[in-house]
Design a protein around this ligand. Structure first.
Ligand SMILES: NC(=O)c1ccc[n+]([C@@H]2O[C@H](COP(=O)([O-])OP(=O)(O)OC[C@H]3O[C@@H](n4cnc5c(N)ncnc54)[C@H](OP(=O)(O)O)[C@@H]3O)[C@@H](O)[C@H]2O)c1
Length: 327
């Protein structure tokens, strides 16, 4: 990217192979995944007030989620060797775009995990940001970095067979993995999505399905323990009325809430900003290898067609992840 704008600002160019710094490895990329921050960055984050807007240095190579093979290792790295197949969400959110739409990318070793053996690079890459987001919201935050958006630390609610979880946006990247993690914990899960995703979500274990194009979930469910709203944003507040006292709402994309209203209803609203974690990706990978969760792919495009992949993303209604393949 030499400038900000629509998908047309993505151009394929030859650049030098990057060199790993201390604590890093060089990864030969096989698959790289599209995530919402990629198009927020591509657009230059126009929705964020200028004083809060992160600055991106141009030219920029987007991409954070990668699956590939270790090509070189810095002298101080011990956990990985040349030839290892690895996956990672790279440097997030310290750096919002880490140059993964490429044939080679450098990666902090602490952000990497060995690729789950039972799946290919396309599916493995797709686990990174979405899987870590679902994990850090639902299972374990795994760090004590303060959040820029809330004072209290996010502490995931304990889930078991007595818990009912509603996942809104259940067919998307975060949603379909969150649904499966909640099922793995034993919870009863209500999935909300457009009707085309019903069979897919029931196959993943959804106990109930609500087609939001036919009925409003906030009008048909009550006494929910936890809503994970993977759509989030300004409309997330409508889910407060579906919660029982003591319940929680996790808006994955931040919305506007009123502390007084939350206190009156006896509910908690809490969120996280996902962080890179090789250790948590290892745990997610073992769930994949054990057949407990599966990663869905919406579509794949060759790296050279990143623009078409971003155009697909802009159409919405994703079922799983969009992945770029690198020859
Ligand atoms: N807090 C964090 O650290 C963090 C991390 C990752 C992502 N996020 C944010 O989380 C959001 C979701 O990310 P994602 O990667 O999962 O996106 P995604 O893959 O695009 O999924 C969004 C899903 O929501 C569904 N949807 C759209 N409108 C809906 C509605 N009104 N009601 C119910 N479902 C609706 C879409 O399909 P249908 O409409 O066909 O059902 C789609 O499957 C993004 O805003 C992203 O920025 C935040």
């Amino acid at each position: 990217m030499h400038g900000f704008g629509g998908p047309e600002v993505l151009r394929l160019e030859e650049v030098p192979v990057p060199e790993p710094g201390p604590g890093e490895v060089l990864v030969r990329v096989h698959a790289v995944v599209l995530n919402p921050p990629d198009w927020y960055a591509r657009e230059g984050m126009p929705d964020i007030p200028p004083e809060l807007r992160p600055s991106f240095q141009l030219p920029l190579i987007p991409g954070t989620d990668v699956s590939g093979v270790v090509e070189a290792v810095a002298a101080d790295v011990s956990g990985f060797a040349v030839g290892d197949e690895v996956i990672g969400l790279l440097r997030f959110p310290t750096v919002l775009q880490s140059g993964a739409y490429a044939e080679y990318v450098t990666a902090p070793a602490s952000d990497l995990a060995l690729k789950p053996a039972g799946i290919d690079h396309v599916h493995a890459a797709a686990l990174a940001m979405s899987g870590l987001t679902a994990w850090q919201f639902l299972i374990e935050l795994g760090h004590d970095h303060p959040s820029p958006f809330q004072e209290a630390q996010h502490r995931p609610m304990a889930l078991d067979s007595g818990t009912t979880v509603l996942v809104n946006g259940a067919a998307g990247g975060v949603g379909h993995l969150a649904l499966q993690l909640a099922k793995w914990q034993g919870a009863r899960v209500i999935a909300v999505a457009s009707g085309a995703h019903e069979t897919f979500l029931r196959d993943l274990g959804a106990d109930e399905f609500i087609d939001y194009t036919k009925e409003r979930p906030e009008e048909v469910v009550r006494d929910i323990d936890l809503v994970l709203d993977a759509v989030g944003g300004p409309h997330s507040r409508r889910f407060l009325r579906t919660l029982k006292r003591g319940g929680s709402l996790y808006p994955v994309y931040f919305g506007q809430f009123d502390d007084e209203e939350n206190a009156k209803l006896g509910v908690t609203v809490t969120a996280v900003t996902v962080r890179s974690s090789g250790a948590q990706l290892t745990e997610l990978g073992s769930l994949v290898d054990a057949g407990r969760i599966r990663v869905a792919i919406d579509s794949t495009f060759p790296l050279a067609e990143a623009r078409a992949a971003h155009e697909r993303a802009a159409q919405g209604h994703l079922q799983g992840k969009i992945v770029l393949t690198v020859a």
